[in-house]
Design a binder for this molecule. Structure first.
Ligand code: UD1
Length: 420
C-alpha cells in the first residue's frame, strides 16, 4: 500500500496549475448518460474517483474513449445494463448520481446503496423522495435501490428538507427529460451545481436558477451531444493555498476560479495571508510569517466548505493563538484530529462537531494514517510544517481527490516521496 514520506520544514514557493474539479466532473460524467449522442468532457482530472466513474459508465454499456489531450468522450448510444453494482458504488458515493439520468432516459435504474468516505451516515433519502415526487416507484432490496417509472417522469415541485449537493444534482438530471416543469426548492447553490446546469443546457436542456436556492427545469424530449470543459477545482485550490500559508511561503495558482473561493480567501486573509487575485489566478504570500489562528464554521455554499475544514484545522494547529472549528455538514468529520495530535498538536474535541485548537509553535514528525479524502491532506499540511520525516499511510484516500500530489508539492519545493 502506497505511503507518502514528507520531510517537513521547507517553505513552499512556486507556481501551480489547478486541475479540473472532481466534484464537477463526476456528475457531469453521469449526465452523459442522458443522450444517445457522444459527449466530450475536457479538463476532467486524472483521479481514482474519475476512473471509477468511467469504469461504471463502461459497465453500464457506454463507450468511453480518452484522447491524447485527456478529453473523455462518452457515447451512451445503447446501454447493456441499468444496474450500478455494489463493487463500484461502495468505493465512491458519487456513483449514486447515475440514478437520475438512467431513470430519466430509460425509466428504470438499480443502484447499490452508496459507500464512499466514512464521514457520517450520509443517507440518500432526499434523492429518493425527489424521484418519488417525479413519479418514480422506489424499492430498497438487498442493498440495492430500484427506481421504476411507467412511461416518463413528470415535473413537480420538490421541496428539499435539507440542502444536499448530490441530491440537487441527481434531481436536476432526472428532471431534464421529465414531462413539464420541475422546481427544486431549497436547492444547493454550490459552483459545481452551476457547472452541471451549464453542461445540461449545452446538451439542450432548459435549466435555470442554478446557483440559487430554486432550480427550475423545463423538461425537453431529448438531449444532444456537446463538448464541455469542467470548472477548476476550488477544493484543490483552497488546499494548496492553506498548505503554502502554513509553511509561511508563496504561491501563484493558475487556471483557477477565485470567485468560487470567497469564504476561504476571507479566512486566509484573517490568518495573515497577503492575497491577490486575477480572472483565473490567485497569488498568496506569507513572507515567512506564522499564521494567526482563525475560527471556522463549515456551512453550505457560499459558507466555508466542509471539504477544507481538515486542512484549515491543520494550519490552525501551528498558528498563533487558539481557534474553534465547528463542523455543521457531516458528523464524524474530525478523524484527522487524533492523527494530527500524534505530531504534537494540542486539540480538544467537544462532541463530534467542535474542535478547539491551541496553536503550538512546532509539530514533530510521527507515522500517521489517512482516514478519508480531505482529512488525508490535513496530514500532508501538518507533515509539511513538522520537524523531521513523517510517513503517511493509506494515501489511496488522497489519490481519490488530488491529482499528482507529489509532483505538485515537489514543484513548490516540498520534500515528498511516494513509497510502498
Ligand atoms: C458533496 C461533495 C462532497 C462535499 C459535500 C458537501 C461530491 C462528489 N461530493 O457530497 O465532497 O463534502 O457535497 O459540500 O460532490 N444528506 C441527507 N440526505 C440525503 C443527502 C444528504 O441527510 O439524501 C445529508 C448528508 O448526510 C450530509 C449533508 O446532507 O450531512 C450534505 O450532504 P450532500 O450535500 O448531499 O453531500 P454529497 O453530495 O454526498
Amino acid at each position: 500500500m502506497d505511503k507518502l514520506l514528507i520531510e517537513g520544514g521547507h517553505r513552499l514557493d512556486g507556481v501551480l496549475r489547478i486541475s479540473g474539479a472532481k466534484n464537477s466532473a463526476l456528475p457531469i460524467l453521469c449526465a452523459t448518460l442522458l443522450t444517445d449522442q457522444p459527449v466530450t468532457i475536457a479538463n476532467a482530472p486524472h483521479l481514482h474517483d474519475v476512473t471509477t466513474m468511467i469504469e461504471l459508465l463502461g459497465c453500464l454499456g457506454a463507450e468511453v474513449v480518452i484522447d491524447e489531450k485527456m478529453r473523455v468522450e462518452v457515447s451512451a448510444r445503447q446501454l447493456k445494463s441499468l444496474r450500478a453494482p455494489y463493487d463500484l458504488v461502495k468505493t465512491m458515493r458519487a456513483s449514486f448520481l447515475v440514478m437520475g439520468p438512467l431513470l430519466a432516459r430509460f425509466g428504470r435504474a438499480e443502484v447499490s446503496l452508496p459507500g464512499g468516505c466514512a464521514i457520517g451516515s450520509r443517507p440518500v433519502d432526499q434523492h429518493l423522495k425527489g424521484f418519488e415526487a417525479l413519479g418514480a416507484r422506489i424499492e430498497v432490496l438487498d442493498g440495492y435501490v430500484t427506481a421504476n417509472v411507467d412511461g416518463q417522469l413528470k415535473g413537480a415541485d420538490i421541496v428539499m428538507d435539507l440542502v444536499t449537493v448530490g441530491g440537487t444534482e441527481n434531481l436536476m438530471m432526472a428532471a431534464v427529460l421529465a414531462q413539464g416543469t420541475t422546481r427544486i426548492i431549497n436547492a444547493a447553490k454550490e459552483p459545481e451545481i452551476v457547472d452541471l446546469g451549464h453542461m445540461l443546457n449545452s446538451m439542450g436542456a432548459q435549466v435555470s436558477g442554478h446557483g440559487t436556492s430554486v432550480v427550475t427545469i423545463q423538461g425537453v424530449e431529448a438531449l444532444h451531444g456537446c463538448e464541455y470543459k469542467v470548472m477548476p477545482d476550488r477544493v484543490e485550490t483552497g488546499t494548496y493555498l492553506i498548505a503554502v500559508a502554513a509553511t509561511g511561503g508563496h504561491v501563484r495558482l493558475e487556471r483557477t476560479a477565485p470567485e468560487t473561493l470567497g469564504a476561504v480567501l476571507a479566512k486566509l486573509t484573517l490568518a495573515g495571508c497577503e492575497l491577490e487575485t486575477g480572472p483565473d489566478w490567485i497569488e498568496l504570500s506569507m513572507h515567512g510569517r506564522r499564521p494567526k489562528a482563525v475560527d471556522i464554521e463549515t456551512a453550505v455554499y457560499p459558507g466555508f466548505p466542509t471539504d477544507m475544514q481538515a486542512q484549515f484545522l491543520a494550519m490552525n494547529a501551528i498558528a498563533d493563538g487558539t481557534s474553534t472549528i465547528s463542523e455543521t455538514i457531516f458528523e464524524n468529520r474530525f478523524m484527522h484530529v487524533q492523527e494530527i495530535m500524534r505530531l504534537g498538536a494540542r486539540i480538544e474535541l467537544h462532541g463530534s462537531s467542535v474542535a478547539i485548537v491551541h496553536g503550538v509553535a512546532k509539530l514533530h514528525a510521527a507515522p500517521v494514517m489517512a482516514t478519508d479524502l480531505r482529512a488525508s491532506f490535513s496530514l500532508v499540511v501538518a507533515a509539511l510544517v513538522a520537524e523531521g520525516r513523517t510517513l503517511i499511510d493509506r494515501i489511496y484516500h488522497i489519490d481519490r481527490g488530488y491529482e499528482t500530489i507529489e509532483e505538485k508539492l515537489q514543484q513548490l519545493g516540498a520534500s515528498v516521496q511516494r513509497v510502498s
